[in-house]
Design a protein around this ligand. Sequence first.
Ligand SMILES: Cc1cc2nc3c(=O)[nH]c(=O)nc-3n(C[C@H](O)[C@H](O)[C@H](O)COP(=O)(O)O)c2cc1C
Length: 231
Amino acid sequence: MSEPAPGTREPRLVPYARPRLEASEALTRAREFRADMAARRSVRMFSADPVPRELIELAIMTAASAPSGAHQQPWTFVAVSDPDVKHRIRVAAEEEERRNYEGGRMPAEWRAALAPLGTDWQKPFLEIAPWLVVAFEQVHGSFPDGTVKKHYYARESVGIACGLFITAIHRMGLVTLTHTPSPMGFLARILERPRSERPFLLLPVGYPATDCTVPDLARKSLDEVALFLEG
Ligand SMILES: Cc1cc2nc3c(=O)[nH]c(=O)nc-3n(C[C@H](O)[C@H](O)[C@H](O)COP(=O)(O)O)c2cc1C
């Protein structure tokens, strides 16, 4: 290995291994996991039933296990169950979404793409869901002396972390929505985040309402999403 650059830390390596599964066991696990994940849906109709904080903590720690550019872990998750804060988030989100849907801010093409989902500017679930988890991207970090520390691939890293969060929530029998009431600057203001953090996703979490429905959507087949170049 070449000499580390001046001022950088020597890499410290530790052994790593994973148990090698029998092929049949790997297939069984993969099929079970794929079937469970295929049952995941974005939910917009929540029950107000409470969800223990520990489940949210576990989902966030799962998210925080994600790979990240240069291992900078450029994410902050703010979990809100305070009804007053949820109310303020709903009001601000609806204000933005009303301008998008009814104030002419949303181009016709975007409106057409959303039509099959039946969404509109109203977001009552932002108060009904017991938790709102807001993922922030740390656009840059800072060194102990306060100077700016550049972050690499922060957006991609937070995206992967949010994918793990969504997966963890689903595995707990809970539901969430990948919500982007844009522009989302109000989330940084209400949650008093520093200027170095940019709102990435708003993820309400809870159980589905008893009368919950979701759009009837089809997912692309393997042939439509993958190419194999086999040797
Ligand atoms: C980046 C991103 C942003 C999204 N923003 C919204 C949103 O603001 N409001 C909403 O109702 N759904 C939003 N969705 C959810 C999508 O509409 C949903 O994932 C898609 O219709 C497929 O449905 P499914 O998640 O149930 O498979 C978003 C999804 C992604 C990945």
